[in-house]
Design a protein around this ligand. Structure first.
Ligand code: GLN
Length: 200
């Protein structure tokens, strides 16, 4: 059994996500940028890039409708960096377009200019085998979460990884390292969803 994981490919580092997901045995990743392609996915990744640009393109091409259908069907969606900004309900000091599915508040460029981009090691709840290397690039951080949101990782008191049911968010970029444990974590979410729907 192979799971079809779409990577939204209107802008940003979608190609790296496709390669990383395809390293997993049971996943079949593909870039998707049409409503039709999005509708065929078991799960979706919204990559890093520029959240205002990705948002504008989603709106212009009506992709939000197709993404919403996945969301309301409980199909897993993983936002990385800009992708997580688009999943957030609230964005500090911004009215920019968003999907807004996750009960979180997020702050763009939260690590300041001096440390625009950096790497660190993170302990991630639910991921075994030691800390994972994390690459942060003009990264946001999550500033508020509602009770239904689980915090999976923090860096210096800043929340950098969250989960709300079938929604996953990282403010860092697991697709830019060789470690595939976060991808596997997401694939396990996809498998759990399929098992649930399969047994209904
Ligand atoms: N700062 C970017 C934004 O606000 C996100 C950066 C990233 O995705 N690497 O969209």
């Amino acid at each position: 059994m192979s799971y079809r994981i779409g990577v939204l490919s209107v802008q940003g580092d979608f190609a790296e996500h496709v390669v990383a997901i395809n390293d997993l045995d049971e996943a079949d990743a593909a870039p998707v940028k049409t409503k039709k392609a999005i509708a065929t996915c078991d799960a979706l990744i919204i990559p890093g890039g520029e959240s205002t640009t990705i948002g504008k393109l989603c709106e212009r091409f009506g992709l939000d409708e197709a993404i919403s259908k996945l969301h309301f069907a409980g199909k897993p969606i993983w936002g990385t960096c800009a992708g997580l900004i688009l999943l957030a309900k609230d964005i500090v000091d911004s009215q920019q377009w968003r999907l807004g599915y996750m009960d979180i508040e997020i702050k763009r460029n939260a690590f300041g200019r001096q440390v625009d981009s950096f790497e660190t090691d993170l302990a991630i709840k639910g991921i075994e085998g030691g800390q994972a290397r994390a690459v942060l690039i003009r990264a946001p951080c999550v500033t508020k979460v509602e009770d239904n949101v689980e915090v999976l990782a923090t860096f210096r008191d800043k929340i950098v990884m969250v989960r709300q049911d079938h929604l996953l968010g990282t403010t860092f970029h697991p697709e830019l390292t060789e470690d595939r444990r976060v991808q596997q974590y997401f694939l396990d979410m996809v498998k759990a969803t399929e098992n649930r729907t399969g047994s209904d």
